[in-house]
Design a protein around this ligand. Structure first.
Ligand SMILES: [Zn+2]
Length: 300
């Protein structure tokens, strides 16, 4: 409902203007045609202008509902939509938008790039069902899910697609409370680890710097109590890794067309804690100053 309304707003607005001028045209014709001869010239000119404007606005309306550009919400508007959607979810007032037959028909015939408003990378954990927690629907969110919401090559490639091709104005790195991947790494670093399957090791290795940083910055916090700090650090690390490896993402953030935000989802309450946006810009600045950052936008 949220996103569709926004898109329909654009279509509807122009359609209404077109209809307004069409009726204006008919009304003026009926009203003034019977008046004095002197009015005729003026009326005819007015009729021509009204007719012309109705054509122009009908054209815009057709364009909006057809195959051309539909105006997307700004990054700040998208953030508001995500926050409101999550609030509906955790307060039990979800409206389950964009999940009907009409939406499916639209999804089958339209480009998702005209509709999807957010790219979200989050954990594979079954307690983090992305569309539900944002009270969103079909063709609303471009989702990347991977254990521990790590940003490695495949994930960053998916994010670049979400931003550069699906053109979502917002990208969220969404960690969550009680994350098993972050917990496993914390236990390993605390000497309580156990054997991991061969492909899990390179995956969770991405998380090690986050847990180490959390431990360094909170030396007075011991055992499992460090896990919530590590979960937050892991979100910042994901954003850092994304910026380091994706000049395209950095460019989109710098020119203001995309906002990257960090957040933590509470699996027990359904509520999302939004992390400070200023910190994202600090990380971007830090990466920009790094000689190790990737610089070629396109593959060679
Ligand atoms: Zn997790």
């Amino acid at each position: 409902m949220v996103n569709r309304n926004r898109v329909e707003e654009v279509i509807g607005q122009h359609g209404r203007i077109g209809v307004f001028f069409s009726f204006g045209f008919i009304f003026l014709t009926l009203l003034f045609k019977k008046k004095e001869e002197i009015m005729k010239k003026f009326v005819n000119t007015g009729i021509c202008i009204c007719f012309f404007l109705s054509l122009v606005f009908s054209g815009i309306s057709a364009q909006a509902s057809g195959h051309n550009t539909v105006k997307k919400p700004s990054p700040d508007e998208v953030l508001k939509m995500l926050k409101e959607g999550n609030k509906r979810f955790y307060t039990g007032k979800s409206v389950h938008p964009n999940a009907d037959q009409a939406r499916l028909k639209l999804a089958g015939s339209e480009d998702q790039g005209k509709y999807a408003y957010a790219t979200v990378i989050t954990c594979s954990d079954s307690r983090v069902p992305v569309e539900l927690i944002f009270d969103a629907g079909v063709m609303d969110i471009f989702v990347i899910r991977v254990a521990g919401n790590v940003c490695d090559t495949d994930e960053i490639g998916s994010i670049e697609y979400g931003l550069g091709h699906v053109h979502t104005p917002v990208m969220v790195v969404l960690g969550h409370t009680q994350c098993g991947a972050v917990t496993a790494v914390t236990h390993a670093l605390n000497g309580q680890g156990h054997k991991l399957e061969r492909n899990i090791v390179p995956l969770v290795n991405n998380i090690i710097p986050a847990v180490k940083k959390a431990k360094e910055e909170h030396k007075d916090v011991h055992g499992d109590a460090i896990i919530p700090y590590a979960i937050e650090e892991n979100v910042w690390l994901g954003i850092h890794d994304l910026f380091m490896e994706s000049p395209e993402t950095r460019n989109l953030v710098k020119d203001g067309s995309v906002k990257v935000v960090g957040a933590i989802y509470d699996v027990g309450t359904g509520k999302i804690k939004w992390l400070p946006e200023e910190k994202v810009m600090e990380i971007l600045k830090e990466v920009e100053a790094s000689p190790d950052k990737a610089t070629n936008v396109y593959a060679e």
